[in-house]
Write a protein that binds this ligand. Structure first.
Ligand SMILES: Cc1cc2nc3c(=O)[nH]c(=O)nc-3n(C[C@H](O)[C@H](O)[C@H](O)COP(=O)(O)OP(=O)(O)OC[C@H]3O[C@@H](n4cnc5c(N)ncnc54)[C@H](O)[C@@H]3O)c2cc1C
Ligand code: SF4
Length: 506
């Protein structure tokens, strides 16, 4: 054998650079389902199913195209459960002259592949991942010499570089972003009838994988009853079309809104398909821009959606590869509390957390503002150790892959990197949650109260967070108002808040 081409579970890209120059007669593809990837964090069952099902569908497509695929199934009795064991088995069997792989999405996996190839004495060729709109090297060039990295500068550069939503050198519509128009809540009347996203009922392959996961990982969190995620490129494109047609027009204004019983609202639900590489981000962007040009969606929504993909998604990946592996050790706020057990069960009397964690266990999904301002915010205010909350986020969502999960958690949500990625910690009291959702209406706590029997834990912990970090943040340009408000509290108020926070931490 000439080349053994390694296709990892999050590299299911039919146009992957891994296939460049592939010779059907003398090359083969290697794919392996390994238990290690489901257990190194305690993965939600739906996360395991989506990876394995998408991999098996991809195997089917490869074989149809005439590729030889050496596929190591999870329940193969000889499966040793790790990349290293399975790669060693394949190399012994095929004796390839070379291994070929596209840049893995996780630093840990890259190290493991390099180490294994070295031990086996086979050269490993690592090819760039063309799925992304900017290469890791180009991002490093963008970062070089800058004192601070900020999404806004990067995003504008990407717009100029690609010409997306541009009129010559100027942004289309005269503004780079429409954030101020994109922070609407639904008000008391609620969202009304939200178009429900297209569902994909499990086919025979997915059903087989569901049985496998229930057998091998019965104690893992989450349910598979409602599994309906896209697992092929065709389904991913249908999901994209459904979003563009039915939800994109209101995506912008209601991006930050939350509502009981509405896990998706106007969000696209495309992250898992993109992260598995079933969906090309260029296609998602192009279809959204076409919708604007054909007057099927307003600019504020289209720009908001493009910003998430062309801006945030690429920026986050750049930050990950720029700072790994040191990034994993950041803990700028010296957080050391344990993650509360209810993150794995949803059993809490805080209605917002019960709702968001409950929906997460059911679907393996929460939308951005739920991740940032409910589960993320509570962990930040409580002072949960970054590694513990990172392990939870990496385990619990169907779209979780470390390159995208880690900077979102450490940088955006927990401020563990001390501001390398985001300009301020996203902190708020229960009143923010009351404004942006209806969760508080069904809760035993009062969002405006910081002390007392019915004080909202978010509000107590919010003030306590400011007290704990008062000195560190007193000259922060974007937290000045919050620190000034804190300084209006009497010593007696502070003491009562401190006691309330202590009992919450216990
Ligand atoms: C604490 C925390 C953890 C997160 N973990 C993950 C994760 O493991 N995997 C993941 O893909 N996203 C993660 N995100 C980002 C974001 O929340 C999800 O991408 C989004 O909720 C997915 O839902 P959607 O496809 O409906 O997105 P939409 O709201 O419809 O946005 C469109 C697309 O933009 C991209 N996008 C949006 N926001 C971000 C962002 N902040 N970073 C990167 N891409 C973004 C996604 O590809 C998404 O599909 C996390 C955010 C936070 C705050
Ligand atoms: S009152 Fe506090 S705990 Fe209850 S739902 Fe509102 S923010 Fe959450």
């Amino acid at each position: 054998m000439r080349n053994l081409v390694l296709i990892l579970g999050d590299q299911l890209d039919r146009n992957s650079a891994a296939f460049d120059g592939f010779d059907l007669a003398s090359d083969a593809v290697w794919m392996a389902e390994v238990a290690e990837e489901a257990t190194h964090v305690w993965s939600h069952k739906a996360r395991i199913v989506i990876f394995l099902s998408a991999m098996r569908h991809f195997r089917g497509w490869l074989r149809q195209q005439g590729y030889t695929v050496d596929y190591h199934a999870l329940d193969d009795p000889e499966n040793g459960g790790s990349f290293a064991s399975e790669l060693a088995r394949a190399v012994r069997r095929h004796q390839p002259q070379k291994l070929v792989v596209v840049e893995p999405g996780e630093w840990r996996v890259l190290q493991s592949l390099k180490r294994t190839a070295r031990q086996l004495g086979v050269p490993l060729e690592i090819r760039p991942d063309r799925h992304f709109l900017i290469s890791i090297d180009d991002f490093k060039r963008h970062a070089a010499g800058r004192k601070q990295l900020r999404l806004e500068f990067f995003y504008r550069e990407m717009r100029q570089r690609t010409g997306i939503l541009m009129e010559g050198k100027q942004p289309l519509g005269g503004a780079w972003n429409f954030d101020a128009e994109n922070r609407k809540a639904f008000g008391k009347q609620g969202p009304g009838l939200v178009p429900q996203p297209i569902r994909f009922a499990p086919d025979a392959i997915t059903q087989e994988v569901i049985r496998l996961v229930e057998t091998h990982f019965p104690n893992h969190p989450g349910s598979l009853r409602d599994f309906d995620w896209a697992v092929t490129p065709e389904q991913a494109e249908q999901a994209l079309d459904d979003f563009i047609e039915n939800r994109l027009p209101l995506f912008g204004p209601y991006q930050d809104a939350m509502w009981t019983g509405e896990p998706y609202l106007y969000h696209s639900r495309l992250s898992s398909a993109m992260n598995l590489k079933l969906l090309d981000p260029r296609l998602a962007i192009q279809k959204a821009v076409d919708a604007y040009r054909q007057k099927r969606a307003p600019l504020q929504s289209v720009e908001g959606f493009v910003r998430q993909i062309l801006g945030w998604r690429e920026y986050i990946r750049g930050v990950y590869w720029l700072h790994m592996p040191e990034y994993l050790e950041c803990n700028a706020l010296h957080a050391d509390a344990n993650l509360p057990d209810f993150y794995w069960t949803g059993e809490t009397d805080m209605n917002c957390l019960r709702e968001v964690i409950g929906q997460t266990l059911k679907h393996g999904f929460a939308h951005h503002i739920q991740r940032l301002m409910i589960t993320g915010l509570y962990a930040l205010l409580l002072g949960v150790h970054p590694k513990q909350i990172h392990a939870w986020y990496l385990a619990i969502y169907v779209d979780a892959v470390e390159w995208v999960e880690l900077p979102n958690v450490y940088g955006m949500s927990q401020f563990a990197d001390g501001g390398l990625m985001a300009s301020k910690p996203y902190i708020a009291s229960g009143k923010y949650i009351q404004r942006m959702s209806n969760y508080c209406a069904g809760c035993r706590y009062k969002p405006e109260k910081a002390v007392g029997e019915d004080a909202c834990p978010f509000t107590t912990l919010y003030w306590n967070f400011l007290m704990r970090h008062e000195q560190a943040f007193e000259s922060h340009p974007r937290l000045g108002q919050q620190i000034r408000n804190l300084r209006r509290l009497s010593e007696a108020d502070r003491e009562a808040i401190r006691r309330g926070a202590e009992s919450l931490c216990e």
